[in-house]
Design a protein around this ligand. Structure first.
Ligand SMILES: NC(=O)c1ccc[n+]([C@@H]2O[C@H](COP(=O)([O-])OP(=O)(O)OC[C@H]3O[C@@H](n4cnc5c(N)ncnc54)[C@H](O)[C@@H]3O)[C@@H](O)[C@H]2O)c1
Ligand SMILES: [Zn+2]
Ligand SMILES: [Zn+2]
Length: 372
């Protein structure tokens, strides 16, 4: 079978639409006709090789579409189902077995090595030569994606797939950080550094959680204005002075929770420095491999503060993605406000708009939704 896919050829190269061949499905795999695919900031840092992902490969890890074919062993979805695709996990290691699949011991190989973990093969080829696929168990910058049963979730209800697609990574990451990881209680305070798709999804999660003080920090005035409309009680322009100092002053001693969602190491320092005693800072933003940060040991020690990494908002996708869909349906999680749509052949324009801060969450419209 032939598909059209956006190939990332080498470090920093533009996405190139090409015709590729899809091989046979394994018993636990699902062929999805992609309707919509979000672009996450992580796709762009992988294109730029901040993470050592083998290229050439097809990227894209926020795909949603219609199941066209299933392997013999697949039970959780059927041909014709609307599905979202999310990160992959093994289901067997200690993290997976204890309900924490985003910390799967095989997370890197399953999501970033662009080969099937079982045997190093790939389902995609170009003129007879294998080409990287299986990125986040999907490689969804394409008309069709081959996913694993474990990383496909049925999307019920009327939510458009172009809204549900980015729930598979950026949106569940932000919302899950607040609702699953930090479990911020009603009445608590939180400072969110970065008002991109991840940070604003965290902000919407904080509103759902009933946080009393929700502080959005960014350097982009339009994004801060949107943060205010979405429920921020205070916005802080990090371009004009020390954000941590201003947050500590505005909250009479610091916040209960903070999130680093800008991907900049120097911002992590700020996110730790604005915590109240016993506060927790969640590290979400992804800088280059090897990036280091300096923290004041006594800031952490004397106040009993915690700094912890968060992957994919601690989501158990089969539970959390439907939860976010229900919240969206109830009008309590307006993630559609972050989205700008593009056609598949506008993928470079979409990436440039995101990097320039003009678009918060670009979503590619790949094919018509059609009948269920
Ligand atoms: N941990 C995970 O599971 C996970 C999942 C998805 C994305 N990510 C990472 O999360 C980060 C955010 O993703 P995104 O899609 O929202 O990206 P984004 O680029 O849209 O958002 C980053 C935001 O940070 C802002 N920023 C820049 N300098 C700042 C400063 N000094 N202080 C505060 N804000 C500043 C930018 O203006 C931008 O709005 C990226 O690093 C991405 O790779 C991590
Ligand atoms: Zn695992
Ligand atoms: Zn992502």
């Amino acid at each position: 079978m032939k598909i059209t896919a956006a190939v990332t050829e080498a470090e920093g190269a533009p996405f190139a639409l090409q015709e590729l061949d899809v091989g046979d499905l394994r018993p636990d795999e699902v062929l999805v006709r992609v309707v919509a695919a979000g672009i996450c900031h992580t796709d762009l840092i992988v294109r730029d090789q901040w993470y050592p992902v083998p290229l050439p490969a097809v990227l894209g890890h926020e795909g949603a579409g219609i199941v066209e074919r299933v392997g013999d062993a697949v039970r959780s979805c059927a041909v014709g189902d609307r599905v979202g695709m999310t990160f992959d996990s093994c289901g067997l290691c200690r993290s997976c077995a204890t309900g924490r699949p985003s910390y799967c011991h095989g997370f890197f190989e399953r999501n970033f090595l662009t080969r099937r973990p079982a045997d190093g093969s790939t389902v995609l080829s170009r003129r007879g030569e294998p080409i990287g696929a299986h990125y986040f168990g999907q490689s969804s910058f394409a008309t069709h994606a081959v996913a694993g049963e474990r990383n496909v979730v049925r999307i019920d209800g009327a939510i458009p797939l172009e809204v549900a697609a980015p729930f598979g990574c950026g949106i569940q990451t932000g919302a899950g950080a607040v609702l699953n990881t930090l479990r911020a209680p009603a009445g608590s305070s939180i400072a969110i550094f970065g008002s991109g798709a991840v940070g604003l999804a965290a902000l919407m999660g904080a509103v759902v959680a009933g946080c009393q003080s929700i502080i959005a920090v960014d350097v982009n005035a339009a994004r801060l204005e949107l943060a205010r409309e979405l429920g921020a009680t205070l916005i802080v322009d990090a371009g004009t002075g020390d954000a941590a100092e201003r947050i500590v002053a505005a909250t009479a001693g610091g916040v209960d929770f903070s999130l680093e969602a800008s991907g900049r190491p120097e911002v992590l320092r700020q996110a730790v420095d604005c915590l109240a005693p016993t506060g927790t800072c969640g590290v979400i933003g992804a800088p280059r491999f090897g990036a280091e940060v300096t923290l004041d040991v006594n800031t952490i020690l004397t106040g009993g503060r915690t700094v912890r990494g968060i992957v994919e908002g601690d989501s158990v996708p089969s539970v959390f993605l439907p939860t976010l869909v229900r919240l969206w349906e109830a009008g309590r999680f307006p993630a559609d406000r972050l989205i700008t749509t593009y056609d598949l052949d506008q993928i470079d324009e979409a990436a440039q708009d995101a990097e320039a801060g003009r678009t918060i969450k670009p979503v590619l419209r790949v094919s018509a939704p059609g009948q269920r």
